[in-house]
Design a protein around this ligand. Structure first.
Ligand code: GCW
Length: 671
């Protein structure tokens, strides 16, 4: 049920107040999305208010949900400008003089989104008096990326298998597809890519396109657009061509025909997501061409249909092993201004790879003539996967709220993403999904909060992590104050705890090889330098950390001046990024007064202590949270504690072989 449980409003006075204001509802309108609206309102209101709220046929109903061309709206004092500012997906909810709640939008989808907003107010037990709400998404495409393979395994999924049952599609439509679409729509997510970026060209063949069409048909009423990953070498693999060179006219023509064919199956197809020349995937470099050559060739095939190319900036290869951090900027900045209008460059939040903590990616703020998009990871590849409780709200916000240092009053990463920093033609936020066949969708119950947080931030990157936690907890666990406060306090601290016990003070990529679960900072024997954790921490007798200043790789030079200046100096570099940017001596004096070695050790210990604290906080909820969920989280927190200790002990014992210093007071002796 996710966050759509619609638990009854227990406080009687409040429930009575809601009922007195919503005696009935009227949703005039025909079509699949209107049916969904009526269904959702009927279900949500009845469950929360414990009484059936009648559907009325009159426009006098106490809750009226109508398109903006309805006479009730045109006769109201809502201005034309306000209505047009709602665009295709925004909505307005207002209490009018007749004591009626009016929900309006320019499209059925806008009404559907508004319906979820209205229900959320009840779910979070807020007042519905004097409503005056206008909400318009700040980001155009709000998308999930599933790294799911056609055989239902998932590249980085930890919640069972992929929900897409390709074998039984197109004829068998598992109800989970509609449930998935509804949950996404409740957050405003409007696009999905059901297959892995490490793509299989088969998805573009007729056999699979029929299945894709079946899914797209299920998603359509929920406002979810279908995109596919496109393997760059597909013209060779499934097209019988000798080359996939983007400048070869036969190749361009193959893509054009393929795109035309896809639109026959899915007339509102969104476009392609492409991983090229990264981690062994094929791409334009294989033919001596650049990313713009590759992306534009596909973009031209899609443009006549209104489709887009989402080209990923997560590129790294053996071409430049000096500092993987620099590769994306080196390859993309020179191409700024060369991409077609319907190309978006999808950039991970940081320059390495979804680490527990990364400074924002230097591409944000370095390309102002290109549509730049955000890629966050919802699945916790490097954050304890589906075993550990880590609420990602503060993580996403840390990146979105970072100042890129461009000379502009809208200079935050979120301003780049929502298009207010530069006049981007298209905007996009993507999240790598954590969804699978597990009964609770996400493996760890709290993984649901990360799906939720992503969706809410894609709609509005300016909402606070605190607000998101607040909403999610109320919607998921009910409105008991003690339960709410306890869970929120665990959530809000959880990411910091994980950073402490895994990679404090700017350390990164120290996870065990391949699966990325648990510690492996000592690994040094892998084929390519940048696959080895030792490449990232660079510990030696003198100190630890990656020198990315001018005396080192100078990756810092890729940031705008003011940012580069702040990161460069040991005095001004935030300590949370210290070892990301600097190689620092073991007895360097930290702000706390501790030397670096002691501080590092204490952070690891603090991470363990925080998890213990989560455990004892959770224990106080026994009997207040249903047994199933209580036990699930209790057992997982036990594992998390064990693993926090595992991280601390093994990392400290390993780093001690370099520091050759004793542990400070307060460190539990590693076993
Ligand atoms: O995070 C790394 C993962 C790969 C992934 C790659 C990418 C899809 O370890 O599994 O491949 O990033 O983002 O392309």
């Amino acid at each position: 049920q996710l966050w759509l449980r619609y638990d009854p409003v227990e406080e009687e006075a409040l429930r009575a107040d809601y009922i007195s204001q919503i005696q009935n509802f009227n949703v005039p309108g025909e079509g699949a999305t209107f049916d969904l609206i009526r269904e959702e309102l009927g279900l949500g209101l009845e469950k929360m208010l414990l009484s059936e709220i009648a559907e009325s046929q009159t426009e006098e109903a106490s809750l009226l949900v109508v398109l903006s061309d309805h006479t009730r709206v045109s006769r109201s004092d809502i201005s034309k400008e306000t209505l047009s500012s709602l665009g295709e997906e925004g909505y307005l909810i207002r209490s009018n003089e007749q004591n009626q709640i009016l929900l309006t939008a320019n499209t059925p989808l806008g009404l559907y989104y508004g319906t979820f907003h209205f229900l959320r107010r009840l779910q979070t037990r807020q007042s519905i008096n004097d409503l005056d709400i206008v909400s318009v998404p700040k980001v155009e495409t709000r998308m999930l990326n599933h790294w799911d393979n056609l055989d239902r395994t998932s590249e980085r999924g930890y919640a069972g298998f992929a929900i897409w049952d390709w074998h039984r599609l197109p004829d068998y439509l598992d109800p989970i597809y509609a449930e998935y679409a509804r949950a996404n729509a409740s957050l405003g997510i409007n696009a999905t890519v059901p297959i892995n970026v490490n793509s299989n060209a088969l998805i573009l063949t007729p056999m699979y396109l029929e299945k894709v069409k079946a899914l797209a048909d299920v998603f359509r009423p929920y406002g979810i657009k279908m995109y596919l990953t496109a393997r760059f070498s597909a013209p060779v693999q499934i097209g019988g061509l000798k080359t996939a060179d983007p400048l070869d006219p036969a190749v361009a023509n193959w893509w054009k025909e393929k795109v035309d064919e896809i639109y026959e199956y899915v007339p509102d197809f969104g476009g392609f997501l492409v991983k090229a020349n990264s981690e062994g995937q094929p791409g334009p470099h294989d033919y001596g061409r650049n990313h713009a050559d590759g992306a534009n060739m596909m973009a031209k095939a899609l443009a006549p249909h209104g489709g887009k190319v989402i080209w990923r900036a997560f590129v790294y290869s053996e071409e430049n092993p000096e500092d993987r951090h620099k590769q994306a900027n080196d390859q993309f900045v020179p191409l700024d201004g060369q991409f077609e209008d319907n190309v978006l460059i999808q950039v991970k939040n940081g320059a390495i790879d979804f680490q527990p903590r990364e400074p924002f990616h230097p591409l944000f703020g370095a390309m102002n003539k290109t549509n730049l998009a955000m890629e966050f990871q919802i699945t916790q590849e490097y954050l304890g996967q589906a075993t550990q409780l880590v609420f990602m709200g503060p993580y996403y916000k840390e990146c979105l709220d970072s100042d890129t240092g461009i000379k502009n009053k809208n200079s935050l990463v979120s301003d780049v993403i929502d298009g207010s920093a530069y006049q981007q033609k298209h905007t996009l936020m993507a999240g790598v999904a954590n969804i699978g066949t597990d009964r609770n969708w996400t493996g760890h119950l709290f993984g649901q909060s990360n799906w939720y947080a992503f969706g809410r931030l894609a709609w509005d990157p300016d909402i606070s992590a605190q607000q998101i936690a607040d909403e999610w907890v109320k919607m998921t666990f009910g409105a008991d104050k003690k339960v709410e406060e306890t869970i929120k306090s665990i959530m809000m601290e959880s990411r910091e705890a994980a950073v402490n016990y895994m990679t404090p003070l700017g350390l990164h990529h120290l996870m065990a090889t391949g699966h990325h679960y648990g510690p492996g900072p000592w690994v040094s024997n892998l084929g390519r330098p940048e696959w080895n954790p030792v490449y990232y921490h660079r510990a030696d007798k003198e100190g630890i950390g990656f020198d990315r200043t001018e005396s080192g790789s100078n990756a810092i030079g890729q940031y705008n001046k003011s940012v580069a200046k702040r990161f460069s100096s040991l005095k001004t570099c935030p300590e949370k990024y210290l070892l990301w940017f600097h190689h620092v001596s073991w007895d360097y004096q930290m702000q706390s007064g501790n030397i670096l070695w002691d501080e590092l050790a204490l952070r690891y210990q603090q991470g363990v202590n925080q998890v213990r604290d989560f455990k004892s906080q959770w224990a106080t909820l026994e009997g207040k949270v249903d047994d199933g969920r209580f036990e699930h989280v209790r057992m997982l927190l036990n594992i998390q504690e064990k693993e926090a200790i595992w991280w601390k002990d093994s990392s400290l014992l390993y780093f001690q072989t370099f520091s050759e210093r004793a542990f400070p007071d307060g460190i539990e002796k590693p076993k």
